[in-house]
Design a protein around this ligand. Structure first.
Ligand code: G6P
Length: 498
């Protein structure tokens, strides 16, 4: 692995996540179109280029035939991606079922599903079995591509069983695991029937990471209360084996560990002619009106109905603003096979229709709601023309839309309204207006405050956030995690020798 520039070789990194950064769409027996996947995890990891990285994950498509599998493997190899092929039944039980109907809502404090929500699949135990089986399939692919010295970085709630499967293969593998959602209070986690097995498996990793100190603290107390293990300032100890829990020991060493974005990519994009054209187009289209923006996956944790109801309350209480402000809500369709997500889509459409009927005129509507993914250039332009961004998740691991908005606001210096229940509140809290998204009266009042905010206060708040977003990047986050992982393994080896 000699490098032409004479620099030392980059470390090989196997990034394992349920979803690859590209999703495949079949065009013919052996022809594929690859589209960028959505979601914060993918967006953040794309900025990580200091390693010789390979991605291992699911391409989001069922490929039952051999021709399809080998042609897709070839197409993905060009993007340094390695597919894990999951059949329809596994996807149904593991991805739609255990991951998105059980773990996702639970980790976001929405509780476990009632019996009727489980009945659409085959109940809890068969979903958990499928989850373990799918994790084992990921482990098989990792093991096949692993070379001595590689770092294996497992991501998110889909792959909590993976660290154990990997260590069962090879105890010398350097394995890290990072959670991109909140880790809930141990009181919530202990309601999960498979609570202990998942914790034990995660603890097989050498380093475990979270976005915030609180998530790490919750994880450590779940291990203490549920498994009866000892929590130390560095992590969790089980019969002499220490699993370091990144945010916990890093906070005690006064460092920072939360994820960021590739801010330069957004700042540079604003100079592209196509983005400038979009900016001009949007400015003309919304001339005379303040632009408020929401960009979310259409997910119940994002609090879209609550946000729109708060906007309605604002319009109700401030009639003079009705023809002077517009809310653009981009709601990217997601997990559309899960019934809860289908219900949410109908609910949001119903509310938007009612409000537009109530406050719209023959020439303008107060809410533009799009169930669509925007391309990167249009998205950057929208961020740049926005006066007020509304990120009002009911719970959110981090929320990188808030970071992307800030990165694109160097000239406008717009206001960020941010949920106190998003991980990002801990880093952008001083520059944003923090709100409780469940309190519609408070959010409506914050909209008024943001729209009327004097320029010097906007500048001060923006400056704080811009400094943070441009210095705490995804690049730095990945470097810190991987170097801590390397150190943890060396320290563990030294402890064993002593
Ligand atoms: C969140 C999760 C990611 C996931 C993304 C998109 O950001 O933390 O792991 O990839 O949502 O969801 P999807 O189900 O489409 O992969």
């Amino acid at each position: 692995r000699e490098r032409k520039d004479g620099q030392p070789p980059k470390q090989r990194l196997l990034v394992v996540a349920n979803r690859l950064p590209v999703s495949a769409v079949r065009r013919g027996a052996d022809s594929w179109a690859l589209e960028m996947s959505v979601g914060g995890l993918v967006r953040a990891l794309l900025g990580v280029n200091d390693f010789e990285a390979r991605w291992i994950g699911w391409a989001g498509v069922n490929v039952p035939d051999e021709i399809g599998q080998s042609s897709l493997t070839k197409a993905l190899a060009e993007k340094r991606c390695i597919p894990v092929f999951l059949d329809e039944e596994i996807v149904h039980q593991y991805y739609n079922g255990y991951c998105n109907n059980i773990l996702w809502p639970l980790f976001h404090y929405l509780g476990l599903p009632q019996e009727d929500r489980l009945a659409t699949t085959r109940g809890f135990q068969s979903q958990f079995d499928a989850y373990k089986k799918a994790n084992q399939m990921f482990a098989d692919v990792v093991n096949e591509h692993y070379e001595e010295g590689d770092v294996v970085w497992c991501h998110d709630y889909h792959l909590m069983f993976l660290p154990k499967c990997l260590k069962d293969y090879n105890n010398e593998m350097k394995v890290g695991w990072f959670l991109h959602t909140p880790f809930p209070s141990s009181e919530i986690h202990r309601t999960l029937p498979s609570r202990s097995e998942l914790l034990r498996s995660v603890l097989a990793a050498d380093l475990v990471g979270f976005h915030t100190y609180d998530y790490a603290r919750h994880f450590v107390s779940a291990c203490t209360r549920i498994l009866g293990l000892e929590g130390t300032p560095e992590g969790v100890e089980d019969q002499g084996k220490l699993t370091r829990v990144a945010a916990v020991f890093v906070v005690s060493a006064q460092c920072h560990f939360p994820i960021g974005i590739d801010s330069d990519r957004f700042i540079r994009a604003l100079e592209l002619p196509k983005v400038k054209d979009h900016i001009k187009e949007f400015q003309d289209r919304f001339a005379g009106r303040k632009v408020m923006l929401g960009v979310d996956r259409l997910d119940m944790i994002k609090g879209i109905p609550q946000k729109i109801l708060a906007f309605e309350k604002f319009l109700e209480e401030n009639p003079h603003w009705r023809d002077k402000v517009v809310l653009l809500q981009i709601a990217v369709p997601t997990r559309t096979d899960v019934p809860e997500y289908q219900k949410l889509t109908c609910q949001v459409h119903e509310i938007v229709g009612r409000i537009n009927g109530r406050f719209g005129t023959l020439t303008a509507v107060p809410i533009h709601h799009l169930d669509q993914t925007l391309d990167f250039q249009a998205l950057c332009a929208l961020y740049a023309v926005t006066d007020v961004a509304l990120v009002t998740s009911l719970r959110d691991g981090m929320n990188l839309v808030s970071y992307e908005f800030v990165a694109c606001q160097a000239s406008k210096k717009g206001v960020l309204i941010l949920s106190e229940f998003a991980g990002a509140a801990q880093s952008l809290g001083a520059g944003a207006i923090l709100v409780n998204p469940w309190n519609i009266t408070e959010v409506a009042a914050s909209i008024g405050y943001a729209l009327n905010m004097p320029a010097d206060e906007r500048e001060k708040r923006h400056h704080h956030n811009f400094m943070h977003v441009t210095t705490h990047t995804s690049q730095e986050w990945a470097e810190t995690f991987v170097s801590e992982l390397n150190d943890s393994v060396v320290e563990a080896q030294m402890r064993t020798r002593q």
